[in-house]
Design a protein around this ligand. Structure first.
Ligand SMILES: [Zn+2]
Length: 433
């Protein structure tokens, strides 16, 4: 299969005209080549070609809560947003905290996933066993530590427990909110604002404990640490300082932290309630700057859908924003707004995450890489496609997204084309045990 009249983004941020040949699911780039579209070719005239987005933080809610999304529906929503690889979080019901549960989840993805995928394991204190880590780590993205409770397991926020986990695992991805700092008592959104109930101090406290545990270990025993969904200026400052000090730390943020403030959350209620909470305009500006400076390495959706009736609860809506089906248009919006340049797009969309989690062949449009591509077109006046996620609502409806995803290719197979899913198979796990 060939893509003719192609204009693609190279990893340095230049736009290259030519022809893209797909050979056995891999890219062969022919800059400057011209060809007429023949049978089976894709004609990309008038469109831009981007690398498939690697969304390293999603919750497809399967097993246990598939009514909220599920693997089949969630990966279709991903294709519509230009996502070709996603990494699924382990706070399922039951949590993916044992080898047996991971294998069962892997089998579900094999049967249902329309995108490439990778899995995390959820940490409990018993995961500090080095033999367990040595057995499991090669087949997953990393260990996920929740410092705030997010499933049947309690939060892990004792510095000694963190240190033991850090010693055992090579890559540790952390939800850095220390729930021992949250306001006490049952939560009710009408009584206390979400960002007040989970105060900024819970993030500062979590970062202090992480740093304490890292510094307690000799450098060779320290893992790579990923600060997930950075939401504040505090995380940007911490990441900047720790990177300058030579620590192997990565930072992730999400579109909703770049676009909204807690005032928007208060106005929209459960639809913009997420963990960690969206904060101030100052935090938003710091995150936008961190994306360019490199303090923040990559963007993730933290796609976390709930049923519409749950989001609409006036008192105790669950936390989570469903954003995966607008991901590439959101990053292009940030680019059009001048927050990021073309030179940063490949890092933010895929290369930052693939370097962090050691995923091969998906770090941008290069010869020999997996042919995971997205064709987009500027069409600001065209209505957006109908919502696919089971959350049933577009949280970015008020954001003027100018770009539309026309086609998404997974390993060279057209999986999404002009609003339709072809059912193409070819998705694979990015870590093969
Ligand atoms: Zn999450």
């Amino acid at each position: 299969m060939r893509i003719v009249n192609a204009r693609w983004l190279d990893p340095q941020g230049s736009w290259i005209d030519g022809l893209i040949d797909v050979v056995q699911g891999r890219l062969r780039l022919l800059p400057g080549a011209l060809a007429q579209a023949g049978p089976g070719d894709l004609d990309a005239a008038g469109q831009l070609i981007l690398p498939g987005f690697v969304d390293p933080h999603v919750h497809l809610r399967e097993p246990g809560q598939a009514y909220k999304e599920g693997i089949a529906n969630g990966t279709r929503a991903a294709l519509a947003g230009g996502v070709t690889t996603l990494l699924d979080m382990p706070n399922n019901a039951p949590p993916s905290s044992t080898a047996r549960r991971l294998d069962a989840k892997r089998e579900r993805f094999r049967r249902k996933s329309a995108t490439h995928w990778g899995l995390f394991m959820q940490a409990t204190p018993r995961h500090s066993d080095p033999a367990l880590a040595a057995r499991i780590a090669p087949g997953i993205c990393g260990l996920k530590v929740y410092m705030a409770k997010s499933s049947a397991h309690p939060g892990v926020n004792d510095p000694g427990q963190l240190e033991a986990l850090f010693r055992a695992w090579p890559v540790v991805a952390i939800h850095a909110e220390d729930d021992t700092c949250f306001c006490e008592g049952p939560y009710d959104m009408r009584r206390i604002a979400h960002h007040v109930h989970r105060p900024r101090g819970s993030i500062r406290g979590a970062l202090s404990k992480i740093e304490y545990a890292l510094r307690a270990l000799p450098p060779v025993e320290r893992p790579r640490v990923v600060i997930l969904h950075a939401a504040t200026i505090d995380e940007v400052a911490w990441l900047t300082r720790m990177k300058a000090d030579g620590f192997d730390v990565y930072g992730e943020t999400c579109p909703h932290y770049l676009l909204f403030t807690h005032e928007d959350q208060l106005a929209r209620g459960g639809w913009l309630k997420c963990n960690p909470p969206i904060r101030s305009a100052m935090d938003r500006a710091a995150l936008q700057e961190g994306l360019v400076s490199g303090a923040i390495d990559f963007l993730a959706t933290d796609h976390a859908p709930h049923a519409p009736a749950e989001n609409a609860l006036p008192d105790t809506p669950p936390s989570g924003i469903a954003g995966i089906e607008w991901l590439w248009p959101l990053l292009l919006h940030a680019r059009d707004a001048g927050w990021v340049g073309d030179a940063q797009l490949t890092r933010i969309a895929c290369a930052g995450a693939t370097r962090c989690y050691r995923i091969a062949d998906r770090d941008g449009i290069r010869d020999g890489n997996s042919a995971d591509l997205v064709l987009v077109q500027r069409a600001p006046d065209e209505p957006k496609a109908p919502v696919i996620t089971r959350a049933g609502l577009d949280p970015f409806a008020d954001v003027p997204l100018a770009w539309r995803v026309r086609a998404t290719l997974v390993s060279g197979a057209v999986a999404y084309l002009n609003g339709h899913f072809t059912g193409a198979r070819g998705a694979q796990e990015v870590f093969t045990p």
